[in-house]
Design a protein around this ligand. Structure first.
Ligand SMILES: Nc1ncnc2c1ncn2[C@@H]1O[C@H](COP(=O)(O)OP(=O)(O)OP(=O)(O)O)[C@@H](O)[C@H]1O
Length: 336
């Protein structure tokens, strides 16, 4: 089945039917700059209504992928579909439904936050001019910039600039919101506010694509994750499934390894000896149950920690590679 897409000039072109259930999709996406392959063979699926975290170390291709999704950069090869439109040709039709915070929003340094937002709002095709003042004030309040709205953009901190960019993305109701490293420059309170806003968008059924180089941030906000490394997607899917991949285990540090193993086995909890004590399998028992069982069995416990899950382990290896390059200490790997 095929359907007709409009080009920027309005002429129809034949393209595959929009993928059902997907707000955005890329196939074989590749971007080559003169000096580097920024993105290579990226097949990304962003399910409708999901909060998808694009997770990757610096330089892994997150921003380039997002820019191609939004039609800001033309791919060297491959296809991009955004809200059922082929990009960049369908940009005029898809983009009014997409709010985006991408690197370096073009705000005017000598205008206030409010004046900058009004200029942005005037360019929103679906916002009648009589609604602009209300939409601007609502967006300013939503990102916590109401009190600083009169100040010039050039006097804003990095965090305030991020908030203004976010306000621009939220000027009108959207089907999809794309946020490139939205917590950059924000303090912990600002980070919590971004999480809250993402949660609200998700509750309203809006699809959110958010990039981050922090696993904890993706874990706190996302339903899905795509892990990028050196321009390619190395893992993709529902967050829970990826976190649970690999059998979960609890590492118990104890001088009584043999006694601990015997106690676990007496209580039908699979386990094995490790250099520091035992590893208890958590498929049949929870972590508190394992600890309680060992304590009741008279086992001395020095330390207990959860074994890294598949996603944590994968991401630790990727970021370890990155920190080695920077000459920083290696990320500690925990293995049974
Ligand atoms: N305009 C450009 N010209 C040349 N190389 C570029 C350009 N934009 C990106 N690159 C290169 O492409 C690679 C991917 O960059 P990109 O900004 O997409 O990564 P990222 O994951 O968003 O990184 P960060 O978290 O640091 O923003 C990097 O090696 C980068 O140097």
């Amino acid at each position: 089945m095929t359907t007709s897409f409009e080009t920027e000039q309005g002429a129809g072109v034949t393209a595959p039917a929009p993928a059902p259930g997907l707000a955005a999709r890329t196939r074989g996406l590749r971007k080559v700059y003169r000096s580097a392959v920024a993105v290579d063979q990226v097949d990304l699926d962003v399910p409708e209504g999901a909060v998808l975290g694009m997770l990757g170390p610096n330089g892994s291709g997150k921003t380039t992928t997002i820019r191609m999704l939004l039609g800001l950069v033309r791919p060297t090869e491959g296809e991009v579909e955004l809200l059922g439109r082929r990009m960049p040709e369908g940009a005029r039709h898809a983009l009014p439904d997409v709010g985006a915070l991408v690197e370096g929003p073009g705000f005017h340094p000598f205008l206030s936050g409010r004046e900058n937002l009004r200029r942005l709002a005037a360019a929103e095709p679906r916002l009648p001019s009589s609604d602009i003042p209300r939409a601007v004030e609502d967006a300013l309040e939503r990102v916590g910039l109401g009190a600083a709205a009169h100040r010039r953009y050039k006097a804003y901190s990095l965090g305030m600039k991020q908030r203004l960019g976010l306000a621009g993305a939220l000027l009108v109701p959207r089907r999809m919101v794309v946020l490139d490293e939205p917590t950059n420059g924000l303090d912990p309170a600002g980070t919590r506010e971004i999480r809250r806003i993402i949660g609200e968008l998700h509750a309203d059924g809006v699809t959110v694509l958010v990039s981050s180089h922090l696993l904890a941030e993706v874990e706190a906000t996302c339903t899905h994750v795509a892990v990028l490394h050196a321009g390619t997607v190395v893992a993709q899917g529902e967050l829970d499934e990826l976190l649970e991949s690999g059998s979960p285990g609890l590492l118990v540090s104890t001088p009584d390894g043999d006694k601990a193993l015997e106690t676990l086995r007496d209580n039908r909890i699979p386990g094995k000896l490790t250099p520091d004590g035992v590893r208890a399998d958590l498929t049949t028992a929870t972590a508190p149950q394992v600890v309680e069982t060992l304590v009741r069995g008279g086992v001395a416990i020095h330390e207990v920690k959860r074994e890294r899950t598949g996603l944590e382990d994968l991401f630790a290896r990727l970021t370890q590679h990155e920190t080695e390059h920077e000459g920083l200490p290696e990320v500690e790997e925990v293995r049974a």
